[in-house]
Design a protein around this ligand. Structure first.
Ligand code: ZN
Ligand code: ZN
Length: 264
């Protein structure tokens, strides 16, 4: 199994899981061209992409849906509420034969993969994060949440790989140049995860099994990658997990432990 963060941040999000035969993208916030370019740059075959699972309708997660609808035959996994919201924004329909309906809390069998969407506290129609399980490999992509919940933590236990939001440093955000309404939105219970809240959530789901941690959706204005690294390393001290930071402009493919990379 392979995982790549093709892009992560407020300007666009796209993650990829590949088992060699099939690739599932999480979110469509990166142009189709860049999806292909960045996958190839990592040695992953973009022709294996079969579907995109959408988390919610904010533009940094769905910006490329229209182009992907017109130029690929990929399927779209989304809850009915998110599908409706995306269609409203794009003004085009996701055809029924290309829509795989989801319901938060219910796992879906996708070509033998277990794709499990679960609810996040975020200001969108029906926001979800995904847990993906394939042949004994378990991962979750958890971004765009205002605060850690017990439900989110439950879905982040017993993972091999966790991709977790570390959006902002509260002080940097408060003192920065964002308009007050935007600051309030980000800081709210349905906004984005601060470094402190990230550390709290990460600490609550640590296990010997967790070997790879990717910090994601970092704010370029309101966070400092070095600070994120320090905060996360403090939590991970004494554990086996390797730490990575996902980028906005550059793809990241963390090397997974050999047993996991081979398990498909
Ligand atoms: Zn986002
Ligand atoms: Zn969002």
């Amino acid at each position: 199994m392979q995982y790549a963060a093709l892009a992560s941040g407020s300007k666009g999000n796209c993650h990829a899981f590949c088992d060699g035969e099939r690739t599932l993208l999480i979110d469509a916030g990166l142009s189709l061209k860049q999806v292909r370019v960045r996958m190839e740059s990592l040695g992953l075959d973009h022709r294996t992409i079969k579907a995109v699972a959408l988390t919610h309708e904010h533009s940094d997660h769905i910006g490329a849906v229209g182009v992907m609808l017109r130029n690929t035959d990929w399927a779209f996994l989304a809850t009915p509420e998110t599908k409706l919201a995306v269609e409203g924004i794009h003004g085009s329909e996701i055809p029924h034969n290309r829509w795989i309906p989801l319901r938060a809390g219910f796992a879906l069998d996708w070509w033998g993969w277990r794709v499990h969407p679960f609810t996040l506290p975020h200001d969108a129609a029906d926001p979800v994060a995904y847990r993906v399980e394939v042949s004994g490999f378990s991962a979750a992509v958890v971004t765009d949440l205002g605060h850690p919940t017990a439900l989110v933590a439950d879905h982040c236990r017993d993972l091999d790989l966790l991709v977790l939001e570390a959006n902002h440093d509260v002080e940097m955000l408060r003192e920065g140049g964002y308009p007050p309404t935007l600051k309030a939105r980000i800081l709210s219970r349905v906004g984005h995860l601060s470094n402190v809240s990230m550390a709290e959530l990460l600490a609550s789901v640590l296990s010997p099994r967790l070997r790879t941690v990717v910090m994601a959706h970092l704010s370029e204005q309101n966070n400092d990658p070095e600070l994120v690294r320090v905060v996360a390393e403090e939590v991970l001290r004494g554990w086996q997990a390797s730490l990575h930071l996902a980028h906005q402009r550059q793809a990241l493919r963390p090397e997974l432990p050999a047993t996991l990379a081979a398990s498909h």
